[in-house]
Ligand binder design. Structure first.
Ligand SMILES: [Zn+2]
Length: 268
């Protein structure tokens, strides 16, 4: 497998894997979305809330704040506390605020980390309060998996796209320009009396150019042995860490399968 990074900026990683089985790439995508453990707030104990928002709305908002850290935590399901929650599997964050003025916005950055877990972004609004209103709470964060709740999904987007194949028959093409006009990504242009592709990986395989071409000179298909993986983190882990963590999870699954097969009776 040949891997080449196309871009890695603004929270998005895009890399091409050549000669990679499509099922393998999809397995990595699914593991990133559903089986890489990250922290999220699971329990909220509200001591005082005189804001206009109900306790459960605030708890729901807190649950969706992406959190960083928690590498030392274990999954509560695998902890010896019988799923009750303990310092080994939980990390505490607190929030104590009294609005000094009207229209006072409380952001995630005001949460104080008592343990190893803290907000990945300090600018996420939690509540808007008026002068004198108070909010005091304690939140318990746990590690979890995206397959159990979306708040533990470490990515806002994660997709696999196959390599587009754009074939242009120069004998049939009359340079009418309809395909250039129709392409939503604007990746076709005329150069030296021929239609050329400027950015192949930006093609979304929509086939609008194919439909717009009267002499049927353009044909769109794809090669599923070459694909691009697009990862957009929510901030809990970096995109690179996410891909590596997904590979570790897959290796662990293979190890479990291997040891299970080895432990089968010989007659099998
Ligand atoms: Zn525990």
């Amino acid at each position: 497998m040949d891997v080449k990074v196309l871009s890695n900026s603004d929270g998005q990683l895009k890399f091409v894997a050549k000669d990679a089985d499509p099922t393998f790439m999809n397995a990595i995508r699914r593991i990133i979305m559903a089986e890489v453990a990250i922290p999220a707030i699971e329990k909220v104990y509200i001591a005082e809330n005189t804001s206009v928002l109900y306790d459960d709305i605030i708890a729901h908002r807190l649950g969706l704040i992406p959190l960083k850290g928690g590498e030392i935590l274990t999954l509560t399901e695998k902890c010896d506390c019988d799923k009750k929650g303990c310092p080994k599997c939980e990390s505490i964050l607190t929030l104590e605020v009294e609005a000094a003025e009207d229209n006072f916005l409380v952001y995630s950055g005001r949460m104080k980390a008592e343990g190893s877990v803290f907000p990945a972004n300090n600018n996420i609004p939690i509540a808007e309060m008026n002068a004198g209103q108070k909010l005091t709470l304690e939140a318990h964060a746990r590690l979890g998996l995206g397959k159990n709740h979306a708040k533990w999904q470490p990515v806002s987007a994660c997709a696999v796209k196959y390599e587009p194949i754009i074939e242009i028959d120069s004998k049939k093409c009359d340079l009418c320009g309809a395909c250039i006009e129709e392409c939503p990504k604007k990746i076709l242009k005329e150069k030296d009396n021929a239609i050329v592709v400027t950015s192949l990986w930006d093609c979304t395989l929509c086939k609008l150019c194919e439909e717009a071409c009267p002499p049927a000179a353009i044909k769109i298909s794809y090669d599923d042995r070459n694909s691009v993986l697009i990862v957009e983190t929510t901030g809990s882990l970096t995109n690179d860490e996410l891909v590596l963590a997904a590979c570790d999870v897959m290796l662990q699954k293979c190890e479990e399968l291997k040891s299970s097969i080895k432990s089968l009776p010989e007659a099998f």
